[in-house]
Design a protein around this ligand. Structure first.
Ligand SMILES: Nc1ncnc2c1ncn2[C@@H]1O[C@H](COP(=O)(O)OP(=O)(O)OP(=O)(O)O)[C@@H](O)[C@H]1O
Ligand SMILES: [Mg+2]
Length: 227
């Protein structure tokens, strides 16, 4: 079964007179283990769609089935349980400046409360090694480059071995090589662990790496490389 199935999704922002529709009848089925890119102009609804699929925003109308669970009218407990199976990476990498790379990645495990602290530390170090940051485990963010910080954020998102990673412009702050490296690593996770990645990007330089490219305009899907 596809990990994400979206049907007839609509979404509105604002109240009363200011109420405005942002998403119009979005339908999508996303395949497991693949890297799907969501692109389109600013304001076209990419982040809104990603946060609706990622259980970060309540579904108002239509349906999102995430890992077999309907999100519309899902209880807080059901949503919380689902979020534990997801990883999130945002443009602003949101690292804690007072914590080392390893401590930042540990935060991604501590919300899950899984394993004892020695196991968690091993998992955090392993995730950093996977991101080629094995030499930087004890560095503070201020001593890391933009690309290295973004890779710490990715290590934090994948340390709990999520089923799906949602990423919103994870390469925006990176140069071409670091951007491509980040995407290559996400793609490798799909191949090695079956992790599904849905990524919003404006970055034309990394489109070649995607399994599928979906283009949005004015709150609608206007192009899908799969169809
Ligand atoms: N919290 C909000 N309140 C009101 N309107 C919003 C809110 N968030 C988004 N919108 C509106 O919804 C539409 C889609 O916004 P969204 O953030 O999804 O676009 P985007 O494609 O991610 O754009 P960008 O590339 O600039 O990040 C826009 O018209 C935006 O103004
Ligand atoms: Mg956005």
């Amino acid at each position: 079964m596809s990990p994400i199935i979206v049907s007839h999704l609509d979404h509105w922002f604002g109240e009363g007179e200011a109420r405005k529709q942002a998403i119009f009848d979005v339908n999508l089925e996303i395949e497991a283990g693949k890297l799907t890119i969501l692109m389109g102009p600013s304001g076209s609804g990419k982040t809104t769609t990603l946060t609706l699929m990622g259980c970060l925003r309540a579904v108002q109308s239509g349906s999102v089935q995430l890992l077999g669970q309907e999100l519309k009218d899902a209880s807080d407990f059901q949503q919380e349980t689902l979020r534990r199976r997801l990883g999130f990476i945002f443009q602003a990498h949101n690292l804690h400046n007072s914590l080392s790379a390893r401590q930042n990645v540990l935060m991604g495990l501590q919300v899950h409360g899984r394993g004892d602290s020695a196991q968690q530390t091993r998992a955090a170090c392993h995730a950093l090694e996977l991101m080629d940051l094995g030499e930087r485990i004890d560095y503070l963010p201020e001593h890391l480059s933009g690309g290295q910080k973004q890779r710490v954020a990715i290590a934090r998102a994948l340390v709990s071995n999520p089923d799906i990673i949602f990423a919103d412009e994870p390469t925006a702050a990176l140069d071409k090589t670091s951007g491509a490296n980040v995407v290559t690593m996400l793609k490798r996770l799909g191949e090695e662990r079956g992790t599904t990645t849905v990524m919003v990007t404006h970055d034309n330089r990394i489109l070649d790496l995607a399994d599928r490219i979906i283009t949005m305009e004015d709150g609608r899907i206007v192009k899908d490389s799969l169809t």
